[in-house]
Ligand binder design. Structure first.
Ligand code: F6P
Length: 344
């Protein structure tokens, strides 16, 4: 078969490992020809491609980012976008397309399949771990490890200076990274988008801790966290060219408020894209490899409209429709049932 591959949305450690696995099993096992599209859907629309081979992917298993490049945006943004996708696929003689992406890219893939009958298979990707249908996405484990390493380091400097460190981690709609890194790093408090936070209550907790002789604290906040309406002034929202809210800065508002209300010295660490760059952990390399193998198998099963998912220990095929328009929020057994027991 001739199979196209693209990576869409934000990059994520493990993308190259997925592509490598698709190419390895596709070329060596099935005798496929693999075509990579550059810069996500832009490459499909403008027919910018690169031939993918085992040779081309050599050394890519541990490498962060994506050799194909990635963008936001969709063929549905332009009037003739869908026709151009069909034309490209037919001109290149493609039997199917593998889309490795997050909620946005998988929604596009789902529509192209269900409304336009384009043969597509998906692979869920995001460090945020918020895709419905899979127990976990690759990249998440790496992001949690990076955030945990940072928190470990922050403890000693916070203790030396008797400071509150407010650590902002990624997590647009969900607090998976914040909750997991907060547990792993022994945070004093974890604020997540699922539960609007009460700044007064947070300050009261930090003060009680202070009264007990614990002068250093680590507050972990997911970038998408919001205060209870009307309780803390926030920055105006800035949009990128795709209408995506550019997040980042909630930790600064919180640190300023802590300083003003408690008198404690507070500092901000915004981890940002450090969490998305660099080499994937061993866990993510294994998961990415399994997803890649499952994706090329799904193409040969002609399981169009499906995506590879992890359920327990098994990789399965799930309908793309399961993921579309939904967000997998933090398990409250983990947040309320575990993390909260360790808060101040
Ligand atoms: O991929 C998800 C994510 O990492 C979010 O956690 C974050 O809000 C967003 O991407 C950042 O996107 P960009 O790189 O476009 O600023």
């Amino acid at each position: 078969m001739r199979v196209g591959v693209l990576t869409g949305g934000g990059d994520c450690p493990g993308l190259n490992a997925v592509i490598r696995a698709i190419v390895r099993k596709g070329e060596r096992h099935y005798g496929d020809e693999l075509v990579g599209f550059l810069d996500a859907w832009d490459g499909v629309l403008d027919r910018r491609t690169v031939p993918l081979s085992v040779e081309f992917m050599r050394g890519m298993l541990p490498r962060g980012g994506t050799v194909l490049g990635t963008r936001r945006g969709s063929p549905f943004d332009t009037e003739d976008g869908v026709e151009r996708v069909k034309q490209t696929m037919s001109d290149l003689g493609l039997d199917g397309l593998i889309v490795i992406g997050g909620n946005g890219s998988l929604s596009v893939a789902c529509r192209l399949h269900s409304e336009h009958n384009i043969p597509i298979v998906g692979v869920p990707k995001t460090i945020d771990n918020d895709i419905v249908g899979t127990d976990v996405t690759f990249g998440f484990n790496t992001a949690v490890q990076i955030a945990t390493d940072a928190i470990d380091r922050l403890h000693t400097t916070a203790e030396s200076h008797d400071r509150v460190m407010v650590v902002e981690v990624m997590g647009r709609h969900t607090g998976w990274i914040a909750t997991s890194a907060g547990i792993a790093g022994g945070a004093t408090a974890v604020l997540i988008p699922e539960i609007p936070f009460d700044i007064d209550e947070l300050c009261a907790r930090l003060s009680r801790r202070h009264d007990r002789g614990r002068f250093a604290s680590i507050v972990v906040v997911a970038e998408g966290s919001e205060p209870i309406p009307g309780t803390l002034e926030m920055e105006d929202k800035v949009l990128d060219r795709f209408g995506h809210v550019v997040l980042g800065g909630v930790a600064t508002r919180i640190a300023i408020a802590i300083g003003k209300r408690t008198g404690f010295e507070a500092r901000v660490v915004q981890l940002g894209h450090v969490q998305r760059g660099g080499t994937p952990t061993a866990f993510d390399r294994v998961l990415s490899t399994r997803f890649g193998v499952a994706a090329i198998d799904a193409v040969h099963d002609e399981a169009w409209g499906k995506m590879a998912v992890l359920r327990g220990e098994k990789i399965l095929q799930e309908d793309l429709t399961v993921a579309v328009g939904k967000t997998r929020t933090v398990d409250m057994d983990l947040y309320e049932g575990v993390a909260k027991h360790f808060f101040a």
